[in-house]
Design a protein. Sequence first.
Length: 741
Amino acid sequence: MDEKEFLREKEKLKQVCKQLETEEKELENSLAKTDSSYEKDSYVRAHLVYLGHKKIMDLRKIKSKPYFARIDFKADGEKKEELYIGKLSILDSKEQKPIIIDWRAPISNLYYDGRVGRSHYKSPSGNVEGEISLKRQYFIEDQILEKYSDIDLKTNDELLQVALEEKADDRLKNIVATIQGEQNNIIRADMNKALIVQGVAGSGKTTIALHRIAYLIYNWDKEFDPDNFMIIAPNKFFLNYISNVLPDLGVENVKQYTFEDLAYEIIGKRLKISDSNEKLVTIVNKEFDDINHGDVDTIIAESKLKSSIEFKHVVDKYLELLESNYLPKEDFILENVRIMRYENIQKLFAETYKDLDFERRINEVKKHIFSKIKNNKDIIEKTIVQKRTFKINKMLKDDSLTDEEKRQKRIEIFEESEDVLKKLDKDNQNIVNFYFNKIVKKDCLELYKDFIENFVFDHVDNEIIGSYLVRNTMKNLNNGEITFEDLAPIIYIHYKVFGTKVKKALRHVIVDEAQDYGEFQFSVLKTILKSNSMTILGDIAQGVHSYRGIENWKKFMDVEFPENDAIYTTLEKTYRTTKDIMYKANEVIDKLPEYEKQYIIKGEPVINRPDSINIEQKENEEEIIKTIAEKIKLYKEKGYKSIAIIGKDINECKFIKKKLEKLNSEVKLIQSKDSEYNAGISIVPSYLAKGLEFDSVMLFNVNDKKYQNTVLDIKLLYVAITRAMSKLDVFYTENISELMK
């Protein structure tokens, strides 16, 4: 660093901090005036107060580190600008000039993608050409400039290296200061096409997804609100883990759901959904009763079928049948006048309004019938009068009635016809509703039950799988329970028949851990979105739910986005694990059979820490527990904030907890039902560890009996290994798994 330049930058930081203080006071004064100026308009006052408080909170968020970078840029024909880049954009309220530029602003892309020298960026008004003369990073803590570093793309990114040295805590962090080129391209990609990202473990997929939402909301703020965006994550636990990042990026109110939550939101009521990880554990341990449940291949085939696009086609055929039999098969007749033939009503329902759900179709058809009633009002009234005249004449010819009785009867007939005429004027709604109330109403679960029980078997090619699917699904439904794989068809049926309970339209969906979702799940999301505006992030190597999920991106894209409506990209660098740990993980994933391996991308680590892997054989599992307790004490002394003991499944993890808590009371068992993650010492099943990272990871017992040479075991072990940032301990009894050799 140049000493004079360092002093100049220190003075600049002091000046900016002073400006921020002034801005905060100005906003506080403005808020006080707002309270008194808009006494009569409470709505306007409340809105302005909200905006004022938000600006103050934004200022306070960045006060300790106002910015992290600077770029000097001279656009052609313009003066050179010194642009300071931070998490949020701050304007000088008096001069309306930027004090700090938001990292999401188009011009900030020069910092992430530009090189010193000739460069350009895309502004709302077009491409801007110019010259970058400086790119600078700052190390600021509590408003004190510690140092700065002038950089270019080929130089060592010091901020990144510092970030990679940090210990893991209980939440994901924002990475605005350290976004790398390949990550930046994903964050700023066009939102009108589906974006599919195959990212290796530790490449920052989840973090990038959250930054992409922040970027899209910032740049599309006039078109969309934050609650037009949705994140789909694998479980509540994972959602809690990421929950702090969006507010930290200045984004609130983004919908954050599991696929199960989405089902509740669309259907409008809670469902009893079985834990999908229980099926995974059953498959892993091959705990099957052939008589009652079927063999492993049949169970996997059923899950795969229910999640496939083929199963959606079967549901579509059922909906076509339902559509043809949904309405009452009779003409709409009012007072002996045929208002509409059934064939015309059905044509409106099945053809004219086919793009709407059944409920909205009926509402549109009702409008046609109302119109027909109005157009035929004179004929209907004439018919009513004729009917009245006929009744009176018939009554008058009845010699059994006295004159007084005839007089009373005549009054009754007139009153009856008058009531019908009044009803015709005022109560068309009930008249029409009477016709449509003949529809046999069933909710989506009843329809799904009907679909499974009476339709699906005849439309599944494999008789064994079809028979098992019907038997097993009906058993669950009769017990009031559904599986994860049932959600997509149930949501789809509800959406097609009843529409959605979601009040705010969705405009963009981000799906994390996408490899664990099937074609039907994605087709449902596209149906709800009515577009391809999705960001899909996953890693085939971590596809532990591959029995229902995506096995290769090419087939997935051919099915879901056949018209080249998707962009595929990869993230190959891993910023989490050390070189030794990643190389070991790559060796494990390399054990996959060729048909699986051809779609795998191996991670390229950028961190080099010596002695990051330790592999130890122990006499028995009691000895492993004892060693783990000793390691925990050692790693805590080293300052590790998060330590994980990873077992293969929940049963093994419960055993570890029972034994280990006698030696260390701090350990916490993480289960599917958990919704909070608070760092510390965790015992985690391998399949729940996905997406998380820990300073230290200890694999409990990786022997050849527990981890065999199967696709699922390979992927579970790969996931477990790649959770470690600084240290990986692998323990085993008897013989180590072939996967580790």
